[in-house]
Structure formats: C-alpha cells, structure tokens
Design a protein around this ligand. Structure first.
Ligand SMILES: NC(=O)c1ccc[n+]([C@@H]2O[C@H](COP(=O)([O-])OP(=O)(O)OC[C@H]3O[C@@H](n4cnc5c(N)ncnc54)[C@H](O)[C@@H]3O)[C@@H](O)[C@H]2O)c1
Length: 141
C-alpha cells in the first residue's frame, strides 16, 4: 500500500483529497496545523498536528514514514489579506513550502503535487473549469 502525505488535509480541498485517496486504497497521513481546517474533516488515516514552518517537526515526520508522495494544500488563501499583509503569505505559502520541499529532498521523496489557485482563471467563461480555460487573473485593487 502506498503512503501519501497530505499537507493541509484538514482544509476544504485537502480533506476531499484525503477522502478520495482513502477510497482508492492509499495509506494517508495528514499534516495540518488546524489554522484554517477542522480535525473532524479528516475522515481517516493518520493525523499529525504540525506546521510546515517547523523544519525539525517535518524531519521527524519524514523519518517516521516512508512516503511515496506529498500533496500540498497548506496555504493561506484570502486574496485580500494577501495584499494587505504579503509577508504573512510569503512566510507561510513560500518559505514554509520550501521547508517541505527540503524535507522531501532530504528524505528522497520525489513525487509532489501542489495545489495552486483557481484565481488565475478570473470570471469563469464555462464550468466546470478545466486547465484549458483562458487565464485572466483578477487584481484586487
Ligand atoms: N478553495 C478553492 O476553491 C481552491 C481552488 C483551487 C485551488 N485551491 C488551493 O488549494 C489550497 C487549499 O485551499 P483550501 O480552500 O482547501 O484552503 P483551507 O484554508 O480550507 O485549507 C488549508 C489547510 O491548510 C492548513 N494549513 C495552512 N497553513 C499550514 C501550515 N503552515 N502547516 C500546516 N497546515 C497548514 C490549514 O489549517 C487548512 O486546514 C490552496 O493552495 C488554494 O489556493 C483552492
């Protein structure tokens, strides 16, 4: 059985991914600091309370499991707040993601899926959106 680390697996998108991975027969480990998610939203697998900013915690986590891949959903997502307070967003969404990537490199985990943003599409011209949809990122000010 393959083991997948879902970072941000207690959130809106991550919790659905956990559910789908469990249904597909994967062993799932969720890492989440519950800053924006809910423990009860994680429907199975192992739950680890932790933060991608914590390099030592990541090292312990990666030493404790043989991950076949990592899926990353642990971001702050409020566009308006990101404009008001960009440092908070760079710290969590960029710097802490680099910690995660460093842990993957150190522990030789090579498969990574990153959940980016649907905001690049702007107002939908059709739904459901797909990757071919024209990109018109909207500015907030
Ligand atoms: N919501 C959407 O419609 C949508 C669409 C496309 C892409 N996305 C992307 O998917 C990702 C997740 O979005 P969401 O809507 O599920 O957000 P969310 O806030 O519901 O989930 C994010 C999860 O990450 C956790 N988290 C945040 N920072 C963390 C950290 N440093 N360490 C550990 N856990 C941390 C939060 O506690 C939360 O459970 C984002 O990158 C977002 O841009 C979202």
């Amino acid at each position: 059985m393959k083991t997948i680390l879902v970072v941000g697996g207690a959130g809106y998108i991550g919790s659905q991914m956990v559910k789908m991975l469990l249904a597909a027969g994967y062993h799932v480990v969720t890492l989440d600091n519950l800053s924006g998610g809910y423990r009860d939203a994680v429907l199975g697998g192992d739950f680890v309370f932790g933060d991608t900013a914590d390099s030592q915690g990541l090292d312990r986590l990666f030493a404790g499991y043989a991950f076949d891949g990592v899926m990353h959903f642990a971001s702050f997502i409020q566009v308006g707040e990101s404009v008001q307070n960009p440092g908070k967003y760079y710290q969590n969404n960029v710097a802490a993601t680099l910690n995660l990537l460093d842990a993957m490199v150190a522990h030789q985990v090579k498969a990574f899926i990153f959940s980016s943003t649907a905001a690049i599409f702007g107002e939908p011209q059709y739904v459901p959106l797909d990757e071919q949809h024209p990109k018109h990122p909207r500015r907030t000010r």
